[in-house]
Structure formats: structure tokens, C-alpha cells
Design a protein around this ligand. Structure first.
Ligand SMILES: O=C(O)CCC(=O)CC(=O)O
Length: 283
């Protein structure tokens, strides 16, 4: 499994699709990892070279004792560079959208386009921690099964059938390679405390598509709209049948919308010299 050293940390990533296709970095959500996005990555792989990293503190990447979303943003930009691309599109889901936007703010030259799915611009904590605190649920000690079952209420829209919920849950749990310890979960929670993208949003030059789910109980459409309003020229879509987790037919729509949105943005050719470095990185 490929990995690279970025800013002194090991970053594990998966790749899907043809090596010569335009690059698309796919970033997972809170407590997630790249493997959980494999079904989506494979769909984007028809048109893109999909690079799906495990973010810092997640999956098989390094688990530093402390980090923040600025570190995560730099890692995403560093990964694009280390793979030999001058720039790449980034699609982030939920927490992944915070990290993607942060990368575009800190390293604008590395980001050709942004797709922010169920984002928010700021928070005293993660939306999940805020929700859990309201309900008196301890996220740090709960098992992945307990957490997902607990979050089902806000993750899925009323349109998502019970069968579909169980299917998604089973796939997510099956894709989990690393079960986070309570300390690791607490570190991830701390990494999102007090984050505020608002001052940087106006500096984002990359063409941006923002997608919210109408029934999202974690990051509602108003949160997505705030993000879209802050980014010059951003396009904002609300998917009517989705919650925080996109409905299956609206996952199809996301793939189509993103393909259409990114089409014509210009593939980012790989730099020859950095491409050589990449081969070494694989070794
Ligand atoms: O709690 C947050 O702020 C982000 C939640 C998240 O990333 C959940 C997910 O979609 O994996």
C-alpha cells in the first residue's frame, strides 16, 4: 500500500483509475479512512486518477499526539506535490471538506478545484462532538458500532430506507482497517476545536462546488450556504433527499455533478521530475 513522508509524517493513500487521468484527491470524514471511500473512489476512477489519503491521525497514516486542521491542509497540498502534480482538484466530505478548504486557503497554487460536501465554516467543536454532548453520549469511549448506531439519527435522511442504512453501516465497518483508541479519537476531536475557515474563504481562488443535504442534522444547508457565500463564485447545491450521508440516488448525482463541474478545468499534468521522486516514494 503506497505511503509517502509529508512534513515528517507518514501519509498512507490509495489510488484508483488511470495514471494519466486528471488527479482528484478524495478526503474522508471524522474517524473515517480512505478505505471507506473506495466505492465512491472507484466511481470517480472512470474519469480521474483518484488519490484517497488517510488524513493525519486516521487509518494507516501517522497519529501525532497533537495536530490541527492547518497541518491537515498542508499535508493534502504536500501530497499533491509529492505525487508530482502541479495542482489537483480536492473533494472533501464533511471533516474532509474542512481540510480541503484549508488546503486551498494555505496552498492555493496546489488546488485546481474544490468540491465541499456537507461542509461548515467554523465550529467550537466537531458537529459530531456537539451533537453527542447535547445527547450525553461519550464519543471517545464508544465503539465504532455504537458511534455509528448513535449517529444514525443525524447521519441519514428520512428518505434512507432501513435496508440501505444497514448496508452503508456494514460497508463502513468492513472498510475500517484501524480501530481508533479513545485517546486517538480525543486527539481528532481536539484537532477541530475552534477551527474557523471564515477569514480565509474569500481568498479561495479555486472554482468551488458546495453540496449540502436538505435533512443534514450535523451540518445543515445553512452551514453549507455560509461556506459557499464566503468563497468567490462558489456554486451551491442542496440535495433534497440527503442527510449528512448522501442518499444513494444523490450519490449518483454527486458523481455526475462533479464530473460535469470538473470537466474543462484542465487536467494537471504530472511534473516529470516530481514523478521520478514519486517512484522513490513508493519504494
Ligand atoms: O463532526 C463533524 O464536524 C464532521 C463529521 C464527519 O466528518 C462525519 C463524516 O461524514 O464522516
Amino acid at each position: 500500500m503506497p505511503e509517502l513522508q509529508i512534513d515528517g509524517n507518514i501519509i498512507h493513500y490509495e489510488e484508483h483509475g488511470e495514471a494519466g487521468s486528471p488527479p482528484l484527491v478524495l478526503v474522508h470524514g471524522l474517524y473515517g479512512e480512505s478505505a471507506g471511500l473506495a466505492p465512491l473512489a472507484q466511481r470517480f476512477a472512470r474519469r480521474f486518477r483518484v488519490i484517497a489519503p488517510d488524513a493525519l491521525g486516521h487509518g494507516l497514516s501517522s497519529h501525532p499526539a497533537e495536530f490541527g486542521i492547518e497541518d491537515q491542509g498542508r499535508v493534502l497540498a504536500g501530497l499533491i506535490a509529492a505525487l508530482g502534480y502541479p495542482k489537483a482538484a480536492i473533494l472533501g466530505i464533511s471533516m474532509g471538506s474542512y481540510l480541503a478548504a484549508q488546503a486551498a486557503i494555505l496552498e492555493p497554487a496546489r488546488v485546481s478545484a474544490l468540491v465541499l460536501v456537507v461542509p461548515k465554516a467554523h465550529g467550537r467543536t466537531s458537529s459530531t462532538a456537539a451533537y453527542a454532548a447535547r445527547k450525553g453520549f461519550d464519543l471517545t469511549t464508544a465503539t465504532p458500532e455504537e458511534t455509528t448506531a448513535f449517529l444514525a439519527e443525524v447521519l441519514w435522511s428520512p428518505h434512507t430506507s432501513q435496508a440501505r442504512r444497514e448496508e452503508i453501516l456494514a460497508a463502513q465497518l468492513a472498510a475500517q482497517r484501524v480501530v481508533l483508541t479513545p485517546e486517538e479519537r480525543a486527539t481528532i476531536d481536539r484537532s477541530l476545536r475552534g477551527f474557523d475557515l471564515r477569514p480565509g474563504l474569500a481568498t479561495i481562488a479555486a472554482p468551488t462546488l458546495v453540496v449540502s443535504g436538505r435533512a443534514d442534522g450535523l451540518n445543515p444547508p445553512e452551514a453549507g450556504q455560509e461556506v459557499a457565500r464566503g468563497i468567490p463564485g462558489a456554486r451551491f447545491e442542496v440535495y433534497e433527499h440527503s442527510g449528512h450521508q448522501l442518499a444513494s440516488e444523490e450519490t449518483d448525482r454527486l458523481v455526475e455533478d462533479v464530473e460535469a463541474f470538473l470537466q474543462g478545468r484542465g487536467p494537471s499534468a504530472r511534473l516529470p521530475e516530481a514523478g521520478a521522486a514519486r517512484e522513490r516514494g513508493h519504494g
